[in-house]
Write a protein that binds this ligand. Structure first.
Ligand code: SF4
Length: 325
């Protein structure tokens, strides 16, 4: 049976946005929409936006302008802005683009069907209030049939001075180990071989979940999660991103060494090699601490691969003791 309505999603930004778009696509297909490669053939157009990179924001407005014009010829066109620009701009987006039907923040991605029912009832909807993120029951429309993104923690409680993420993605919300395991078991049954566990600050996983050990450590940590999901049939490789040097532990390094499915690749942004700049960034670690982490990883896994992010041109003069890490 041919679908009667078509949707198109354009995604900007990070893996978290890509994972959100896959889930929103799954919700739309559950509602009977089919995917249209060409946005100009779609009855519903959704832009999942990023606010970190300026040109991404400008691009959204130019795309929206074209679709807003199209809406004057096609009144039943549904126009949606999701993601971090939606969260940051909220109502203002409706003033700037009155043709919009729905403005929804990242925390509302799993509620797309409920929000669309309000839109199809004739309302213009803005959903940016902080909420507890609903566990996702929809089958994401994943881009790959071999590798899959699995969210483990949403949001971020850090306050790095250059970063807008905590304001647009909200406070940390960890998924339960059981729900993550259930999603990965399903992926294993579907033939997926590799999973990347996602979190803005993945080392914070579990600190908002109840329970502490006798030694007072959080019961649920990323390390515990890796042990808990390691034996899932069908999944051969497990990766995780993005790490934070402030919370990176030797316990985690040891687990990566011991667990054969965990890939020996670490993405640990250092952002700057200067302690004064790191303080101004409110990153919460020093160059020496970062160096120790790298040395410890090398001690356990000499062939491990590393990647990182660095910010060039952060305001403020680096002191003369900054040097390459
Ligand atoms: S940890 Fe990452 S996401 Fe969180 S505030 Fe810092 S840079 Fe932003």
């Amino acid at each position: 049976m041919t679908a009667s309505r078509y949707y198109h999603i354009t995604t900007f930004g990070c893996q978290m946005n890509k994972a959100d778009s896959e889930r929103m696509a799954g919700i739309l297909e559950d509602m009977g929409f089919a995917y249209s490669e060409d946005p100009n053939e779609a009855d519903l157009v959704l832009y999942n936006t990023c606010t970190i990179r300026d040109n991404a924001e400008q691009k959204v407005y130019s795309y929206l302008g074209r679709q807003a014009k199209r809406k004057h010829e096609k009144a039943d066109l549904t126009l949606i802005v999701a993601g971090c620009v939606a969260q940051q701009e909220g109502e203002q987006l409706l003033r700037r683009v009155p043709e919009l039907d729905l403005v929804m923040g990242p925390q509302h991605a799993n509620r797309l069907q409920d929000l669309l029912e309000e839109v199809f009832a004739g309302n213009q909807v803005v959903a940016t209030e902080p909420i507890h993120i609903m566990e996702d029951i929809t089958k994401p429309r994943r881009e790959s049939c071999v590798t899959a993104w699995v969210n483990v923690i949403y949001g971020c409680n850090e306050r790095c001075s250059y970063c807008v993420v905590p304001n647009v993605r909200g406070v940390e919300q960890s998924r339960t180990p059981e729900s993550i395991r259930a999603e990965m078991e399903e992926l294993g049954r579907q033939g997926y071989k590799e999973v990347t566990l996602l979190g803005q600050n993945i080392d914070a996983y579990g600190r908002d979940l109840p329970g502490v050990t006798e030694t007072g450590r959080h019961l649920h940590t990323l390390t515990d999660l890796l042990y808990y999901i390691h034996d899932i049939p069908g999944i051969d490789r497990i990766r995780f991103a993005t790490s934070h040097p402030r919370y990176f532990t030797e316990r985690l390094i040891r687990a990566c060494k011991e667990l054969p499915k965990v890939c020996e690749h670490f993405h640990i942004p250092f952002q700057s090699g200067d302690n004064e700049i790191l303080k101004a960034m409110k990153r919460g670690y020093t160059r020496e601490k970062y160096r120790q982490i790298i040395d410890k990883i090398r001690e356990y896994m000499p062939d491990a691969s590393m990647s990182a992010d660095a910010i060039v041109g952060f305001p403020g003069k680096p002191t003369n003791n900054s040097r390459i890490l």
